[in-house]
Ligand binder design. Structure first.
Ligand code: SAM
Length: 228
């Protein structure tokens, strides 16, 4: 998140996020940012108009999938990760809190089989509880402050079906001290919450994102066992 963005955009995002935090609505600024971009993806710093390379890599090494598995993409942004899963035959639902982002996805992929929806991680539909075989969480938790971290991790975890997989890609931090976000990378203790909430870690890959300063990231695969 916020890679290689011009300083002006970075400052603007910091200001939008700070205002949103002051009104206790940490997700409120995303719609403002997408709307202000007016269809120009260069104004959305995380939008690369391509699937995340570490999702692609994971998918390449985990095929074949059973047919018509249900996948959910959290905070789907402009839709490239959702489209990558749809191409592999997943029945994909992708949601974002920003109506502009969702309309943008529908405009970019008019013939898509993905079900793009406006929804809020803090108020998920009840029918999504334990409903998805594959859940993809990429750089959304880190975009929300620490005071909502436990609730966001609980929401993400609640979506994974029995026997299902959660793939998380996120920045991580080396201490428990509160970072000066956004973004707010995850700590070891925070990552442990996925396991205390009933998932088992299957695989963890640490990688560095090349920027002016290297940023530590992880891709973690979790599974929920077939019985609770
Ligand atoms: C940093 S972006 C990451 C987008 C995408 N996952 C990626 O990796 O490119 C965070 C995304 O989460 C969405 N988001 C923020 N708060 C949300 C919430 N409460 N519910 C659903 N989506 C949310 C934002 O609109 C934005 O698209």
């Amino acid at each position: 998140m916020f890679e290689q963005q011009p300083e002006k955009l970075q400052l603007h995002i910091k200001q939008l996020a700070t205002e949103a935090l002051q009104t206790a609505e940490p997700s409120a600024w995303f719609e403002v940012l997408y709307a202000e971009a007016q269809g120009d993806a260069t104004q959305v710093p995380w939008a690369k108009l391509a699937p995340h390379p570490y999702l692609q890599d994971w998918l390449t090494n985990h095929q074949p999938f059973a047919s018509r598995q249900k996948a959910l993409i959290i905070g789907c942004g402009l839709g490239d990760d959702a489209e990558a899963l749809a191409k592999l035959g997943f029945e994909v639902t992708a949601f974002d809190i920003s109506p502009t982002a969702i309309a943008w996805c529908q405009q970019r992929f008019p013939n898509s089989t993905v079900n793009y929806l406006v929804a809020d991680l803090f108020a998920l539909p009840e029918k999504w509880h334990l409903a998805f075989d594959f859940v993809f969480e990429c750089r959304n938790i880190q975009a929300l402050p620490l005071n909502v971290r436990f609730s966001v991790i609980s929401s993400v975890t609640s979506l994974v079906a029995l026997g299902g997989t959660l793939l998380v890609i996120t920045r991580v931090r080396d201490t428990e001290a509160e970072p000066n976000g956004p973004p707010w990378p995850l700590s070891d203790l925070e990552l442990q919450q996925f396991e205390s909430l009933g998932l088992q870690q299957v695989e963890k890959l640490v990688f560095l994102e090349s920027e002016q300063v290297e940023v530590k990231q992880v891709r973690i695969e979790y599974q929920r066992h077939n019985s609770i």
